[in-house]
Design a protein around this ligand. Structure first.
Ligand code: ASP
Length: 439
């Protein structure tokens, strides 16, 4: 068996957390490839090293003194070295990085050093080989991740290395300049490594025991999701459920490598499994609920709209010409509604409305703002009767007015639009009816 394990920033935030990660890795000899993040926060008032690196580099880039921020960064690593009595010094690395900051090597280079330095320390602590992903994880000139070249290069590199630490979050352009993924991108690196070595499982160690059925900021102590499919996760992640970077499933998905989200502080918890498909029934009719506030609906009415060929295309063209992507498009016989992100739409509102008028000559255009969208997701909904009925009666009982409903054609999700101020109550009502009532 081959396991790739990724440890997030809070799992490697200081010497104590390194010890926990080391214990977990050494517990299972199959945990052969380790992908670390940069040290994260040790407590709520602390700084993430990545944030400090961005801050120091911003000062360096405008020729200001960055030595104070930089020594805070040095302290973080030295605390780990001293706490673990490592026989390594990063002083030469620090000097090189400071010089490169002064030479304005770029923001991505700066940010990547958090993972790079943590990787050196973790490799020394575990006695694993250190493998720099620069020159292996590759990006094209436009900054797009070159997946297949990278998988091949990573596979070739690791072929003869039994155990390695590969820092997360970055790779390089073909000319060697460093390029990072977006924030939280070490999850993607872990997935790339898992795919390249054809791992049996990709374990992603973090500070929660997996996914919750609903956001714990809204539902107190929500139930855990034991198993979720990649597709369900995509739907929930898109609607705001965040534990894993949303691009992290792509590399492993093709190979069907399962991802296991685990808690470094509670290694005995089983966590959540993300799998390609499963015959296992989910615990509840629904797998999860997620949602976001801040949408607008643009409602267009015109008599006999349904028989006018090309009407929909013209409406969407008005959005496309203004560079606005739309989220949902429920329609009636003589009405069509386009749901968009409020902050994106608001500044172009009048130009979109003018263009819809010009292209389609509608009877009316009505805009409603401050809407929230809630996604109720679950592979079990397809086979269950009355799911939407249960949702709407729960919402009616909670006195929530439903503004929109859209069931995805895969029958995997139902999207509900409510007013922003009803958002929390709506989620509670749905949780109660599907989770508490089914426990
Ligand atoms: N250290 C980077 C960040 O804070 C990447 C990561 O942790 O995945 O975003």
């Amino acid at each position: 068996m081959k396991k790739v394990v990724k440890f997030g920033g809070s799992s490697l935030s200081g010497a104590k957390q390194f010890e926990k990660a080391g214990y977990i890795i050494n517990l299972d000899k199959d945990r052969r490839y380790v992908v670390p993040s940069a040290p994260g926060k040790r407590n709520s008032k602390d700084n993430k090293v990545t944030d400090l690196l961005y801050k120091a580099y911003a000062l360096a880039a405008s020729d200001k003194d960055f030595s104070n921020v930089f020594s805070e960064i040095e302290d973080r690593y030295n605390e780990i070295i001293n706490g673990l009595s490592l026989k390594v010094s990063l002083d030469e690395e620090f000097d090189k990085i400071k010089k490169n900051f002064m030479d304005k090597m770029g923001e991505d280079y700066a940010a990547s050093r958090g993972e790079y330095l943590n990787g050196i320390l973790l490799a020394a602590y575990l006695g694993y080989e250190f493998v720099d992903p620069a020159g292996i994880i590759l990006f094209d000139d436009e900054g797009n991740f070159e997946s297949h070249k990278s998988y091949d290069a990573m596979r070739d590199k690791l072929e003869n290395i039994e155990r390695a630490v590969i820092p997360g979050f970055y790779g390089s352009y073909e000319d060697g300049r460093i390029k990072t993924f977006s924030r939280g991108g070490s999850d993607i690196t872990g997935s790339i490594v898992a795919r390249s070595v054809k791992a049996d499982v990709y374990e992603n160690w973090t500070d929660v025991s997996g996914f919750f059925v609903a956001d714990p900021r809204i539902i107190k102590d929500p139930e855990n999701i034991e198993m979720i499919t990649y597709t369900e996760l995509r739907e929930l992640a898109y609607m705001g459920a965040s534990v894993l970077h949303e691009d992290a499933i792509f590399p492993v998905r093709r190979e069907g490598i399962p991802i296991n989200i685990r808690n470094t502080n509670k290694p005995e918890d089983k966590g959540s499994w993300i799998v390609q498909s499963t015959g296992q029934k989910s615990r509840f009719t629904i797998t999860g609920i997620a949602g976001k506030k801040g949408f607008c609906s643009v409602n267009i009415e015109k008599d006999k709209m349904n028989s006018e060929v090309g009407f929909g295309r013209k409406v969407l063209q008005a959005f496309e010409d203004n560079d606005i992507s739309f989220e949902h498009m429920p329609s009636g016989i003589d009405t069509m509604t386009i749901i968009v992100h409020q902050d994106e739409f608001i500044e172009k509102e009048q130009s979109v409305v003018a263009e819809i008028n010009r292209l389609t000559h509608p009877d009316s255009i009505d805009i409603e703002s401050d809407l929230a969208l809630i996604a109720v997701v679950g592979r079990g909904m397809k086979a269950a009767k009355g799911t939407s009925g249960r949702i709407f009666s729960a919402l009616a009982h909670a006195n929530v007015n439903v503004k929109m409903i859209d069931q995805g054609s895969s029958e995997l999700n139902i999207i509900i639009g409510v007013r922003n101020e009803d958002f929390e109550n709506a989620i509670k009502a749905i949780y109660n009816i599907f989770v508490l009532a089914e426990l």
